[in-house]
Write a protein that binds this ligand. Structure first.
Ligand code: F6P
Length: 332
């Protein structure tokens, strides 16, 4: 393996740059040339490919986002799009590709491996919904960003005796909402995996009032009523729906905060930098040793390599016992 490419695809995640840096430096050390593909699979189609050196990956470890930019490419899903992509890969003499992203990105990687290129995936999504790994790059940083916001919201909620409904990301996945609820002490957490019970949320707020606390925090994943990206107006966001219901039933000053893309940015946490670095180095080692169609993951506090097919076979679901704990603590 002499020439390796790196792609970041799908939603960006803090720590992707750490993975790009580690993959690049590991490959250079092993005598390979490394190329960065801009804008995910779309950049492969348009030929936005350039060499990565130890200088181009300097000073990026602490930066959020991805220096390679990212995109979701519809064209790559077509045979014509893939043909253009392959031509560019051949032009650059690329044999192996490191793909950093979520399950959609891994489906693209498997397409490329079907066409003769070695591919290794690195899980990178704040949603943390990839199977075969306990953690995906970006989840820890996003979670800390959400917690920082909840702390601030709690200050003003206490001062004004208000109910705050905080909407976090998670179209199909409740990891951010659940862990933010657990670590932030929310009174209710609504996640896409569980049918929303708004009357139960109201009961919790009333219970909290009965024990003498006048404020409440409710955390809502954006996807509890279905895909938030399917063209609904902002005013129909999950948090507004929940807040409107609460306001109707408990007649308390109820406010909404939608954290949105703030959750995807920011300097990666120590954990995401470490995870990105270990994943990046391991992915290149795998390519050099002749592996393909594999994903690096983090299981039981150690690196674990799994078949990419297995990682995309289903979405990772929140742990029922963690959800049960959040529920129990919120109802006492
Ligand atoms: O990166 C994952 C994710 O943040 C989801 O939680 C969210 O629903 C989606 O991406 C938003 O994507 P986009 O920025 O493309 O609208």
């Amino acid at each position: 393996m002499k020439r390796i490419a790196i792609i970041t695809s799908g939603g960006d995640a803090p720590g992707m740059n750490a993975a790009i840096r580690a993959a690049t430096l590991t490959a250079i050390k092993a005598g390979c040339e490394v190329f960065g593909v801009k804008r995910g699979y779309q950049g492969l189609i348009t030929g936005e490919i350039s060499e990565l050196t130890s200088l181009t990956v300097s000073d990026i470890l602490h930066r959020g986002g991805t220096i390679l930019h990212s995109a979701r490419s519809k064209e790559f899903a077509t045979a014509e799009g893939r043909e253009k992509a392959i031509k560019h890969l051949h032009d650059f003499g690329i044999e192996g590709i490191v793909v950093i992203g979520g399950d959609g990105s891994f489906r693209g990687a498997l397409e490329l491996s079907n066409l003769g290129f070695a591919t290794v995936g690195i899980p990178g999504t704040i949603d943390n919904d990839i199977e075969c790994t306990d953690l995906s790059i970006g989840f820890d940083t996003a979670l800390n960003t959400v917690l920082d916001s909840i702390n601030k919201i709690r200050d003003t909620a206490v001062s004004h005796d208000r109910v705050y409904v905080v909407e976090v990301m998670g179209k199909n996945s409740g990891f951010i909402a659940l862990y933010a609820g657990l670590a932030g002490g929310a009174d209710a957490v609504l996640i896409p995996e569980v049918e929303p019970d708004l009357d139960q949320v109201v009961q919790r707020i009333e219970m909290v009032s009965r024990i003498g606390r006048r404020h409440s925090i409710v955390i809502v994943a954006e996807g509890i009523f279905g895909d938030p990206l399917s063209g609904r107006a902002f005013s129909e966001s999950a948090a507004f729906k929940v807040a409107t219901y609460i306001n109707l039933k408990v007649k308390k000053d109820t406010r909404v905060t939608i954290l949105g893309h703030i959750q995807r940015g920011g300097s990666p946490s120590a954990l995401d930098r470490t995870l990105g670095t270990r994943f990046g180095a391991k992915a290149v080692e795998l390519l050099i040793s002749g592996e393909s169609r594999m994903m690096v993951g983090w299981v039981d506090h150690d690196l674990k390599v799994s078949p990419m097919d297995e990682a995309i076979a289903r979405k990772k679901r929140v742990e029922p016992e963690v959800y049960a704990l959040a529920e129990t603590l919120a109802s006492i």
